[in-house]
Design a protein around this ligand. Structure first.
Ligand SMILES: Cc1cc2nc3c(=O)[nH]c(=O)nc-3n(C[C@H](O)[C@H](O)[C@H](O)COP(=O)(O)O)c2cc1C
Length: 192
């Protein structure tokens, strides 16, 4: 199984980085071929430029500015996101990956103006994420990353398996709760 892991946290000493390491190690131990994409370390530029916006619907030339990332995404049979929730959304660097790489002709096709899935080679879809606030607080804000992941990303991939693994209330989490979630994330990657 070929997996693309998209990791979006700038600090190697963070809990998010520990989760990312656990994800990559567990999948590798399973014998999966893991393409570990650390967006910050790779210096991914998340801003869709004026030219890219003008060429957004021009297939296939629209992929030119991000061709390497498109090829990595197209090679994947599993897609795993590892990120903290910021402002009830994805960190900008990960949001920018969706804006710039998940283009028409890549993640979806426009058929009579409607989005048709085009990432059908993604058979397994998973997220490992943390929130500072409680699940209730996120719910009251609409929990946009959970919805984007389980609805919009689900729609373009139509995976056989989907997991949204979230630790809420990180601001008050004890060491034991963090350790338990780290363990849970590893277990989840074993069954993905
Ligand atoms: C810029 C920024 C924005 C944040 N916004 C939110 C938010 O909207 N909702 C929330 O629950 N937590 C928010 N947090 C808290 C993070 O989700 C939390 O610090 C993170 O999940 C903990 O992981 P880490 O220690 O690996 O960074 C924010 C943190 C930062 C740095």
């Amino acid at each position: 199984m070929k997996a693309l892991v998209l990791f979006a946290h700038p600090c190697p000493e963070s809990f998010g980085a520990a989760l990312h390491t656990r994800v990559v190690e567990t999948l590798t131990e399973r014998g999966w071929e893991v393409d570990d994409c650390d967006l910050n370390a790779e210096g991914f530029q998340p801003v869709l430029t004026e030219e890219e916006r003008r060429n957004y619907h021009e297939e296939p030339s629209n992929i030119e500015p991000v061709k390497d990332y498109v090829e990595r995404l197209r090679a994947a049979e599993a897609l795993i996101l590892s990120f903290p929730v910021w402002n009830f959304g994805y960190p900008a660097i990960l949001k920018g990956f969706f804006d710039r790489v998940m283009l028409p002709g890549v993640s979806f096709k426009l058929v009579d103006g409607k989005v048709a899935p085009n990432l059908n080679h993604i058979r397994k879809l998973a997220a490992v994420t943390t929130y500072g606030g409680t699940r209730w607080r996120a719910f009251m804000a609409g929990d946009p990353p959970r919805k984007h992941f389980t609805r919009a990303l689900w729609h373009v991939t139509r995976p056989e398996v989907m997991q949204y693994n979230a630790l809420y209330d990180m601001n008050r989490a004890t060491d034991a709760q963090r350790a338990a979630f780290l363990e849970k994330a590893g277990q989840k990657m074993k069954t993905l």
